[in-house]
Design a protein around this ligand. Structure first.
Ligand code: 9D3
Length: 249
């Protein structure tokens, strides 16, 4: 799949694309990422990409034309067909795992990263097909959200995680009933006076699995009770699960 990223700060992506378990996916082109700067498509000696808002007010607005010309170049470079055009915006829909899975199975998209107070609405109306947010907090631009989507998509590609099964066990994966993860421990067995839950050292695999499941259930009940309700409504909680939750109440 191919993602074209339109950003005024392409250099922000360089260390991200060269680091971590996702690096191989980006470097081999399993997840191809092509960076575009709207400044390269701006007119005049100053190559302006932003201007003051009509009607007044603070801040600057990204101009429609450099973004549109940049998008045209990206779409042409992809082969000229249509592609999803994703704008990262605080007004978009919050990104969740189910949507990440759909992007991970698709042909890619053009990702548009906003800066300043916003983007000329006429570009959004004419060209943008999807708007995504990272959540209800304020960033200074769409670059970190774009990297978040690329990271989440890359780690779902076959062979990217060292342990092939690792993401099957992710929190939010419906195959794991959408529960939060259980606690993890590694050596040493004693650290600053804290031990490790005995069951994890016991070698009893069935007991270990039941303990992990109970930990997931109780952590989810305490921190994200709405996820317990969703799992129950979807029929994903067993009688043993309900008993573990009952003990906690
Ligand atoms: C007072 C109006 N502000 C909206 C909350 C203006 C504004 C602030 C920050 C407009 C754009 C931005 C830059 N943010 C993003 O581009 C952004 C974002 C975010 O700030 N939070 C969560 N997800 C996202 S996706 C893109």
């Amino acid at each position: 799949m191919r993602f074209d990223v339109i950003t005024l700060f392409p250099e922000l992506f360089t260390p991200f694309l060269a680091s971590g378990v996702t690096r191989r996916a980006f470097e081999t082109g399993q997840v191809e990422v092509v960076l575009w700067s709207p400044r390269d498509f701006a007119e005049g000696n100053y190559r302006r990409v932003d201007d003051r808002p009509f009607g007044g007010g603070p801040g600057m607005v990204m101009m429609a034309e450099p973004l549109s010309a940049c998008l045209d170049a990206a779409l042409a470079d992809r082969g000229g067909g249509a592609a999803p055009v994703v704008l990262f915006s605080p007004a978009g829909e919050s990104l969740r795992h189910a949507a990440v899975e759909r992007w991970a199975e698709g042909e890619g998209a053009v990702l548009v990263c906003g800066r300043y107070e916003g983007i000329d609405q006429r570009f959004i109306d004419a060209r943008v097909t999807h708007q995504l947010s990272l959540g209800d907090f304020v960033l200074s631009g769409g670059e970190i959200p774009a990297m978040a989507l690329l990271d989440a998509v890359a780690r779902l590609q076959p062979g990217v995680l060292g342990d092939e099964a690792s993401h099957i066990e992710d929190s939010f994966n419906p195959a794991l009933d959408g529960l939060l993860d259980c606690p993890h421990y590694t050596r040493p067995e004693q650290w600053q006076g804290q031990g490790v839950p005995g069951v994890l050292l016991s070698g009893h695999h069935a007991q270990i699995e039941r303990w992990r499941r109970d930990q997931r259930l109780t952590a989810t009940l305490e921190r994200r009770p709405e996820l317990i309700e969703a799992a129950r409504a979807a029929g994903r909680l067993s009688a043993a699960d309900e008993k573990a939750l009952q003990k906690k109440l």
